[in-house]
Design a protein around this ligand. Structure first.
Ligand code: CDP
Length: 229
C-alpha cells in the first residue's frame, strides 16, 4: 500500500483535514504539506508592508519579492512546522484574525494562485506526500492517487476552531469565529478560480460527528483496499 502515492485532502476550515493529514503522513512516512500556509504568508506580507489588500497588481507582485519557507518545527510550542517569511518566524502570526479576514481575498487573485500552485505542484509531484488545501484534488494534484474531501457543519467547525484558540491561550469570541468562517467559506466556494469544491473522484466524508481517529481509519482502509483514483 505504501507505494509512493500522492494524497490530496481538501475541505473548508476546521473540517479536520490538517490533523488527519498529519497523522496519515506520519504513519506512511510521507511529507505533510499544508498549502493554506502559503496564502496566509502572502496575506501577512501584504499587511506588514501596508500593501492594500484590494490592490491586486501590488499583492500579486509581492509574491515575486517574498520568500516563504516551511521547515521542521524550530520550537516546542505546539507547532507542527515553522513558517518563515523572508527568514522571520511567522508561524503564529499567519493564524491571526486579521489574516483570517483577508486571506480569502488574496487567494482569489489569479497571479497569486498561479505562483503558489506552481510551487505546490513541484513539491507534490515528488510523491510520498499528503497535501492539504482547497483545490489540491481539483487543480494542484488533480492526478492524486487518493482524494478526500472533508466537511462538517459550520457551527461544529467554528466550535473546533474556538477550542483550538482557547488551547493556545487566545480568547476570540465564538460568534466572531463563526462569522469569519462563514464569509471565508462563501468567498472560497464561489470564486472563479479553483473554488473550494470536491473533485468528482474524491471520497466525501462528513466529519461533524466523527473523531479524527475514525477519519484516519477510513483513509487507511481506502489505501489498503487500493481505493485510489
Ligand atoms: O486552516 P484553515 O482551514 O482555516 O485555512 P487554511 O487551509 O490555512 O487556508 C486559508 C485560506 O487560504 C483559505 O480560506 C483559502 O482562501 C486559501 N487557500 C486556497 O485558496 N487554496 C488552498 N489550496 C489553500 C488555502
Amino acid at each position: 500500500m505504501n507505494a509512493d502515492l500522492m494524497i490530496a485532502i481538501d475541505g473548508p476550515a476546521a473540517s479536520g483535514k490538517s490533523t488527519v493529514a498529519q497523522i496519515l503522513a506520519e504513519k506512511l512516512d510521507y511529507l505533510y504539506f499544508d498549502t493554506g500556509v502559503m496564502y496566509r504568508a502572502v496575506t501577512l506580507a501584504a499587511l506588514m508592508r501596508n500593501v492594500s489588500i484590494d490592490d491586486e497588481p501590488s499583492v500579486t507582485k509581492l509574491t515575486e519579492h517574498i520568500a516563504i519557507d516551511v521547515i521542521p518545527p524550530t520550537k516546542e510550542d505546539g507547532r507542527v512546522y515553522t513558517v518563515l517569511l523572508d527568514g522571520a518566524d511567522v508561524t503564529w502570526e499567519i493564524r491571526s484574525p486579521e489574516v483570517n479576514d483577508f486571506v480569502s481575498v488574496v487567494s482569489m487573485y489569479a497571479g497569486v494562485r498561479e505562483a503558489m500552485t506552481k510551487r505546490q505542484r513541484e513539491i507534490g509531484l515528488r510523491r510520498r506526500v499528503v497535501m492539504v488545501g482547497r483545490d489540491i484534488g481539483t487543480v494542484v494534484l488533480h492526478e492524486a492517487d487518493l482524494k478526500l474531501f472533508l466537511d462538517a457543519t459550520v457551527e461544529e467547525r467554528a466550535k473546533r476552531r474556538y477550542e483550538e484558540c482557547l488551547a493556545r491561550g487566545e480568547s476570540v469570541p465564538y460568534e466572531e469565529i463563526l462569522t469569519s468562517m462563514q464569509s471565508r467559506d462563501t468567498l472560497d466556494s464561489t470564486r472563479k478560480l479553483a473554488p473550494l469544491v470536491a473533485a468528482d473522484d474524491a471520497v466525501k466524508i462528513d466529519t461533524t460527528f466523527m473523531s479524527i481517529d475514525e477519519v484516519v481509519k477510513i483513509a487507511l482502509r481506502l489505501l489498503e483496499n487500493g481505493r485510489t483514483t
